[in-house]
Design a protein around this ligand. Structure first.
Ligand code: DGI
Ligand code: FE
Ligand code: FE
Length: 396
């Protein structure tokens, strides 16, 4: 039966250690191919900086050019949300019923295998292949191998030499020197061209470059404008300027990304606040943005996250930062509409008045177009005593 070794991970970035392990695994199993599967989001909590999905995918593809037996799949990234191996294996089995799978993993993953989602099912669909990074963990591995065997799960420990290369160390090296010999040259070229990992992730100048290729030129200009206006308003009204800049530049980070994977991520997060996202697709980008900051950008400040999450709908009890980002989005220098100057003036002197005007306009527009008004927007309207018009011209 044809053999495939499935090798999943964040590959952030892919490096020589990964490739070396692919070679060892193929040698050991005599498999036809190794399938690299960059994860959209690892299922366990990932506290770190994750390059954009399409960049990690592109780097894997470049690395795979060196070896014809290595292929790259975009399945998990296309699917979006948390990447669970059991689902990926089911998908692969459905696509290639005649194929036999081995699952390649590091020792830490192997030792915690029984915490994986539906690990027994995984064990039925694939045998495990374990590559070690350091010496001296053999005993624990053998013990785990024995325990899993008792559950009918077969595994194999590769005899690879220790490979002390880690993506974390590579990211640090890149940040410090702009260079590393631990990734293939084409991957290094790509990293440089795209400016990945080269700066401190939280620097605004880096964030501006980071978002640029993720969106249209129009949206990029708008994001710069919202950052500027949010910073201005934060200074004026005594909010945290750094947080305003961060939320401002990033508020629309997901606006131009494909909606399917974003929706998947939202549904799996469980944070939906009574919103029917299928009926209101305009709201996907703000909820997905809040999650993206946490999953990819290592930004966990709840004030910043909420400012992004509620920038489209508003909500009851908005913080000063949330209010500023909400209003900055409507009054940035790129915005053009009849009374934008009046809105800008209110943003200087009367945030409450600005909110009343903004909400009145928004719910008016939504009613006119016959769109749903989400519960958070309704709550914000109640708080600011803004009447919600009904679609037939009355108001409630
Ligand atoms: O992303 P931007 O274009 O900069 O601005 P935004 O995030 O405020 O999004 C504006 C869109 O969101 C606009 O099409 C109106 C829509 N919107 C705002 N509040 C609601 C809403 N759509 C629905 N369905 N329900 C709302 O409560
Ligand atoms: Fe937006
Ligand atoms: Fe916006």
């Amino acid at each position: 039966m044809p053999q495939t070794i499935l090798y999943g991970g964040t590959f952030n970035p892919i490096h020589r250690g990964h490739l070396e392990i692919c070679l060892w695994a193929r040698e050991a199993v005599g498999a036809g191919r190794v399938l690299l599967m960059p994860a959209a989001q690892p299922p366990h909590k990932f506290a770190g900086w994750l390059a954009p999905d399409r960049d990690r995918l592109a780097m894997c593809a470049l690395a795979a050019q060196e070896h014809s037996f290595i292929q790259v799949s975009d399945y998990e990234i296309r699917r979006g949300g948390r990447s669970y191996t059991v689902e990926t294996l089911r998908h692969l089995a459905g696509e290639n019923p005649g194929e036999e799978y081995s699952l390649l993993m590091g020792t830490d993953m192997f030792l915690t295998f029984t915490q994986w989602r539906e690990w027994e099912e995984i064990g039925k669909m694939a045998s495990l292949l374990v590559a070690s990074r350091e010496e001296g963990e053999r005993e624990a591995l053998l013990e785990q191998q024995k325990r899993l065997k008792e559950q009918g799960i077969s595994s194999r420990l590769l005899e690879n030499p220790p490979l002390p290369i880690s993506s974390t160390a590579i990211r640090q090296e890149l940040r410090e020197s702009g260079c590393t010999g631990k990734v293939p040259p084409k991957v290094l070229d790509y990293i440089r061209e795209r400016g990945l990992y080269l700066h401190h992730p939280k620097e605004l100048s880096y964030l501006r470059e980071y978002i640029r290729p993720l969106m249209t030129e129009y949206r990029y200009r708008h994001s710069l404008g919202v950052e500027k206006q949010a910073v201005h308003m934060a200074r004026r009204h005594g909010a945290d300027v750094e947080k305003a800049a961060l939320a401002g530049i990033l508020h629309d980070v997901c606006k131009d990304m494909p909606k399917g994977p974003l929706l998947q991520t939202i549904l799996e997060s469980g944070i939906i606040n009574g919103i029917d996202f299928a009926a209101s697709p305009q709201l996907i980008h703000s909820y997905a943005g809040a999650l993206y900051l946490q999953s990819h950008m290592d930004i966990h400040d709840p004030e910043v996250i909420d400012a992004v999450r509620y920038h489209t709908t508003g909500r009851g009890g908005m913080s000063l930062l949330e209010t500023i980002v909400y209003l900055a989005d409507l009054t940035s220098e790129d915005r053009e509409y009849g009374d934008v100057e009046e809105m800008r003036r209110l943003c200087e002197v009367d945030l409450r008045g600005a909110m009343v005007r903004a909400l009145t306009h928004t719910v008016g527009e939504l009613a006119r177009k016959g769109r749903l008004i989400c519960p958070d927007t309704k709550e914000a309207c109640r708080e600011y005593s803004v009447k919600i018009p009904t679609t037939n011209g009355g108001s409630i």
